[in-house]
Design a protein around this ligand. Structure first.
Ligand SMILES: [Zn+2]
Length: 133
């Protein structure tokens, strides 16, 4: 049995890597580079803790919990990118639907694409707003 089979057997039933792990690893790398140039007390410990957490997630057998964490991360990331005008209208495309957020209560609202300007009424707080689809 070669090392690859061993690794596969070891990883069987475990969660493995996802976008969240990759993001955390990228942060570790940035922090490591920073620590070469700036002496910040506790930084190397922080990197170690982060790495420990990444490995804990990758080797975890609780796939459901890890998957939920990743979903949460992806949602936060989308919101974060939205802040920088990548999605200026606040719309997200999902197949032949657009997802808008109510400007008042940020309730998600699904609208079919290609209807031109539409007036949307928020199902939660009844706020009306116009969007292009
Ligand atoms: Zn609303």
């Amino acid at each position: 049995m070669n090392w690859r089979d061993r690794l596969n057997r070891f990883m069987y039933g475990r969660y493995g890597q996802d976008q969240f792990s990759k993001f955390l690893l990228a942060i570790c790398l940035v922090l490591l580079v920073v620590s070469f140039f700036v002496r910040i007390p506790g930084l190397s410990l922080l990197v170690l803790l982060l790495l420990g957490y990444v490995y804990f997630r990758m080797l975890s057998r609780n796939v459901t919990a890890r998957y939920a964490e990743n979903q949460k991360f992806l949602e936060l990331k989308a919101r974060f990118l939205g802040l920088f005008g990548k999605n200026r209208s606040g719309a997200q495309r999902q197949g032949d639907h657009m997802i808008f957020r109510c400007p008042k209560c940020s309730q998600k609202i699904r609208i079919p694409c290609g209807k031109g300007m539409v007036e949307i009424t928020c199902p939660k707080c009844r706020t009306k707003f116009r969007k292009r689809t």
